[in-house]
Write a protein that binds this ligand. Structure first.
Ligand code: URA
Ligand code: ZN
Length: 392
């Protein structure tokens, strides 16, 4: 493990479609797909259910590592932990998913292992000679309907051998019945055992009938549908007792956990008043939020501050409270240790040419402006927490 001598800016929410994956999307005639427009030759990404507005422009920023590094350099990002963007392998059959997961994980390892090293002024190699690189990755699992548990466990074993792959990105479909499926219990155990970070990321949103008929571009599915999908999936994991059975599982939620921080006391109350679940869990629902890591992709200081309060207060809700009582600043500072800077690159590019992307500068500004976070808390969110969580 490299010993980091200086403060690093680490982006833990940054996507790729590696060339092998982009080629698969190009070969398809139904979504998810990349389609070429005639006569310009421009490409469009069609991945969402009834993709609004004819899809989104897609280009080398998704597959060319030099473009990723250029973006990192433009924004002062030292290290990025890349993940394949949605919808991962969700749409494939088991044998295709197994084969592609293995190849893409190897591609990811190479993408990282041959990325530049962090200059000596920013890190010192440890005695084993490990060198901190610019890019690390979340791997992919062939988590699709019909896949046998053994194949998933085998995939985790292979990922463990890839030194620059430090976690896995997961959508919410599981084996077709969501992540609270009891059949996934051996997978949670294997992930937890391997110490891999699970990056839980949305794709499906919510029923698109909720969006009405007006063309609002991608705003409703991305601003509301995505975070609500994460909210529901995480709540179902909590309700299924996954976090009771696997307390060491490191779950990192996209988009600052969606609506979960705002709804966790309501969730707790609904559980308390429901005869089916009232005695199912070991702790108050709010306790489990303290087990989570959230990306800091919320775009506003108030939202980041609030999310850190809720994460930070969770200890007071454990069956045997760890911390009582806490001031607002203590909660905020405790919660900040579980929040990590991200960009969602290459999604959300500026609509007009700009040197720096608003989707990046706004998140950095938000981290700078959270009331009650110390400089140390901010440094942690910008990179120190990622260094610890991913063992960089
Ligand atoms: N849109 C997507 O489809 N995925 C993301 O991660 C962000 C925006
Ligand atoms: Zn994302």
């Amino acid at each position: 493990m490299a010993n980091v001598a200086r403060k690093l800016l680490v982006d833990i929410h940054s996507h790729v479609y590696l060339p092998r994956y982009a080629a698969l999307l190009r070969s398809r005639s139904t979504a998810p797909r990349i389609k070429t427009l005639a006569p310009s030759g421009e490409e469009r990404l069609l991945i969402l259910d009834n993709e609004p507005s004819g899809g989104r422009p897609v280009g080398p920023q998704y597959w060319d590592r030099d473009e990723k590094l250029k973006f990192m350099n433009q924004h002062g990002i030292d290290v990025t932990v890349v993940s394949t963007a949605n919808p991962w392998l969700d749409f494939l059959g088991p044998s295709e998913a197994i084969e592609l997961a293995e190849k893409l994980n190897e591609d990811l390892e190479e993408y990282c292992a041959t990325s530049p090293v962090i200059p000596a002024s920013k890190s010192t190699p440890d005695p084993s000679g490990d060198t901190l690189r610019r890019i690390y990755a979340f791997g992919l699992l062939p988590l699709v309907p019909g896949i046998p548990s053994d194949a998933l466990i085998e995939s985790i074993s292979k990922i463990r051998t890839l030194p620059h792959v430090r976690g896995i990105i997961l959508g919410t479909q599981g084996l077709g019945k969501g992540l609270d499926d009891p059949q996934l219990d051996s997978l949670w155990a294997a992930i937890s055992d391997a110490g891999l970070v699970v990056f839980l990321h949305p794709h499906y949103g919510v029923d698109s009938n909720a969006w009405g008929e007006k063309d609002n571009g991608h705003v409703l599915p991305l601003a509301l549908g995505f975070p609500f999908e994460t909210t529901v999936a995480t709540t179902r994991l909590i309700l299924a007792g996954v976090l009771d059975r696997h307390p060491a599982l490191k779950l990192l939620l996209a988009h600052s956990g969606g609506a979960l921080p705002a709804l966790s006391s309501r969730l707790s109350s609904c559980i308390t008043h429901d005869p089916v679940v009232a005695s199912r869990l070991k702790h108050d629902a709010r306790h489990y939020l303290g087990k989570l890591y959230l990306d800091a992709v919320a775009y506003g200081p108030e939202e980041l501050g609030f999310a850190s309060d809720v994460i930070g207060r969770a200890g007071s809700y454990s069956a045997s409270p760890e911390v009582l009582p806490m001031t607002l600043e203590e909660k905020r500072s405790k919660g900040a240790k579980q929040m990590l800077f991200g960009t969602d690159h290459p999604f959300f590019p500026p609509l007009s040419t700009q040197e720096k992307w608003q989707s990046v500068t706004e998140n950095l500004k938000a981290i700078n402006e959270v009331q009650g976070w110390s400089e140390q808390d901010r440094d942690g969110v910008r990179g120190g927490n990622a260094v610890r969580l991913f063992g960089l």
